[in-house]
Design a protein around this ligand. Structure first.
Ligand code: NAD
Length: 243
């Protein structure tokens, strides 16, 4: 389905990003595995992709919050793969805290990684998609953007910003056959949620009564990455918590 295509996935060394990278590879896409800190884990993702699916995969270290680093990243990926068909902006961080006590650093760093990082990656990869007259962009938002969450003013704002960015970019790029969509996960079992136990009262608020799995988010990302007539959409993968 995606053979001959090239996907770029940020934060692909673990969690949802890794599941997305593997899913797109399983559909035949080559994958640029972008990571920030853990090169061993990124290499593990690359190895799993190449061994299981026999497609090309290369890892790249980059901080998505840096305009210059992401510019250089896009250049290197172009050099290695010659094209970019699918961009999945998955890299993200949380620095939770009550707003009355939140530091400026906690606010700015979450906005810089989650929101500006998504802009940076789109900014530097879209010129290639424009030349190709085709592209698929999927941004990972959160239900926290839609319904808010106490202790997550910074995170909710960053993820709500991603929804606005998604819709503006979708309108701007539609004429060039580039679709831009977002996925809004609820509670997904990854390193990011390791401190929330299954006995947490939050779980009882989820209609499906369980955390989601990274693979379940990856399925939604792959759906949007292979759809040709959906753009500007926000697809919740949340067990019903935000309906
Ligand atoms: P995770 O912490 O396991 O993964 C986040 C990834 O982003 C890591 O690989 C990390 O290295 C990378 N990253 C962080 N800062 C970066 C930077 N500056 N540059 C490049 N990469 C960077 O968490 P996850 O649960 O897999 O989260 C993936 C995405 O899904 C995030 O955007 C997160 O906000 C979103 N999300 C997660 C949940 C959940 O319940 N787990 C819910 C809603 C949204």
């Amino acid at each position: 389905m995606l053979s001959g295509k090239v996907s770029v996935v940020t934060g692909a060394s673990r969690g949802i990003g890794k599941a997305v990278a593997l899913k797109l590879a399983s559909l035949g896409s080559a994958v640029a595995v972008v990571y920030h800190g853990n090169s061993d884990k990124a290499e593990e993702t690359v190895r799993e992709i190449t061994e299981k699916y026999s497609v090309k995969a290369i890892s790249y270290k980059a901080d998505v919050s840096s305009y210059e680093e992401t510019k250089e990243l896009a250049r290197k990926i172009k050099e290695d793969f010659t094209r970019i068909d699918i961009l999945v902006n998955n890299a993200g961080i949380v620095k939770d805290g009550l707003i009355a006590m939140m530091s400026e650093e906690s606010f700015s760093s979450v906005i810089d990684t989650n929101l500006k990082g998504t802009f940076n990656m789109i900014r530097h990869t879209v010129p290639m998609m424009l030349r190709q007259k085709e592209g698929r962009i999927v941004n990972i938002s959160s239900v926290s953007a839609i319904i808010g969450n106490p202790g997550q003013a910074n995170y909710s704002a960053s993820k709500a910003g991603i929804i606005g960015l998604t819709k503006s970019a979708a309108k701007e790029l539609a004429a060039k056959n580039i679709t831009v969509n977002a996925v809004a996960p609820g509670f997904i079992r990854t390193d990011m949620t390791e401190n929330i136990g299954e006995d947490n009262p939050l779980v009882q608020m989820i209609p499906l009564k369980r955390f989601g799995k990274a693979d379940e988010v990856a399925d939604a990302v792959a759906f949007l990455a292979t759809s040709s007539y959906i753009t500007g959409e926000v697809l919740k993968v949340d067990g019903g918590i935000a309906m």
